[in-house]
Write a protein that binds this ligand. Structure first.
Ligand code: NDP
Length: 351
């Protein structure tokens, strides 16, 4: 069987921005004969995520992440359909997902590593299983609920950075649904600001590339900031934290502004920001979604219910073709996406 796959070609270096040439496409063949316990899957959608930048380094800096190895097939979150199975729990036609899906049009995977998904959960929009009703949605929902201390009726102001991205766009909406009275998004373009306010129900948005972030924060958050869902770190986070109320909470979700730098995770804070956290009694606990997998089923059901009822709006940036994985990854790292960055594999072409 003819397959296409994406190999990890070169490392950008701990202090460099990734380029599409860090990946390369390979045409090859796959022996579809299955051993006991194996499943042949056809890829439908692949996820493109910031944590993959850490996997491009020899040392990922995180115990739970293995580095990609040079000239081997890259992998990450994926959704596909079973084509043949020698694993009791799966049959041809089943929709399955896993965190270590090979970047390939087809793959032979261990059945035990795959999770069977009910397409009804996403009304047939299978890409949502990688986004709003997948790890992204879980990160937003559980991050807000575990670390945000959002309370109905408490008149809280939530600020989200990376707000027009996959996690941010959901986190802001979850904050609103859970009771925040004001939700402000910080993101990198005018188009993104418009999407946040006009489509996703944010109260206001700041374009950090153009606006005076300090001044706009003051204007949009007249009562200060109570909860900050931080996806980016760096100067944006310093500005937000400087306007936080005492007893506030930072959800330390990610620090993408620092991922192309050779710094530990989480990166060291500006001493003034550290001082503000201490003085104001603001919590800033690291959040890792994988620590809450025992809550996954209930949380996915909640996200599914909200998406299907229209209470939670979903944006995606879908790029066609496995061969574009590298381009899509680099674009996402530079802000080319609104909502979840997804690759749709057009593998019918090469089957
Ligand atoms: P996004 O869809 O948000 O894509 C990344 C976005 O980051 C870009 O669109 C860009 O938007 C923004 N960005 C890139 N560089 C910078 C910069 N220098 N300053 C400010 N913004 C920047 O990705 P995800 O939603 O998948 O991930 C968001 C964050 O959540 C990441 O930090 C990621 O590591 C983290 N994460 C954490 C998890 C956890 O368990 N803690 C799980 C999953 C994700 P813009 O145009 O606004 O610049």
């Amino acid at each position: 069987m003819h397959v296409q796959r994406i190999l990890f070609n070169s490392r950008p270096g701990n202090n460099g921005a990734p380029v599409p040439e860090n990946f390369r496409l390979e045409d090859t063949s796959l022996q579809p004969d299955l051993n006991e316990g194996e499943v042949l899957v056809r890829t439908l959608y692949l996820s493109v995520d910031p944590y993959m930048r850490c996997r491009m380094n020899e040392d990922t800096g995180a115990g739970y992440l293995t580095p990609w190895r040079l000239s081997e097939v890259a992998d990450g979150g994926g959704v596909g359909r079973v084509e043949a199975s020698r694993w009791d729990g799966l049959a041809p036609g089943d929709v399955v997902t896993c965190f270590n899906w090979p970047w390939a049009t087809h793959g032979v995977l261990k059945g035990s590593a795959l999770q069977k998904m009910d397409p009804q959960l996403v009304d047939g929009h299978l890409s949502h299983l990688l986004g709003a009703v997948g790890l992204t949605g879980l990160t937003a929902l559980l991050g807000i609920r575990e670390k945000g201390h959002v309370t109905q009726g408490a008149n809280q102001t939530l600020v989200v950075s990376g707000a027009a991205g996959a996690c941010g766009s959901i986190a802001g909406q979850v904050g609103r649904l859970d009771g925040c009275s004001r939700v402000l998004g910080v993101c990198g373009s005018r188009e993104k600001c418009a999407a946040l306010v006009d489509e996703l129900g944010f109260t206001a948005a700041i374009n950090y590339r153009r606006d005076d972030v300090d001044a706009r924060l003051k204007e949009c958050c007249p009562d200060g900031v109570d909860v900050y869902f931080d996806n980016v770190g760096g100067a944006i986070s310093d500005a937000v934290i400087s306007q936080m109320n005492s007893g506030g909470h930072v959800v330390l979700c990610g620090q993408i502004s620092q991922y192309n730098k050779d710094v530990p995770y989480p990166p060291p804070l500006d001493p003034r920001t550290q001082e503000t956290l201490l003085r104001q009694g603001i919590t800033r606990e690291r959040f890792t979604v994988l620590s809450y997998m025992d809550q996954m089923d209930a949380a996915l059901l909640q996200l599914s219910t909200w998406v299907r009822s229209g209470q939670l709006k979903v944006r995606e940036t879908v790029v066609d073709g496995l061969e574009n994985m590298g381009v899509a990854f680099c674009s996402m790292m530079e802000g080319g996406n609104i909502g979840k960055q997804i690759i749709k594999d057009d593998c019918g072409r090469v089957a």
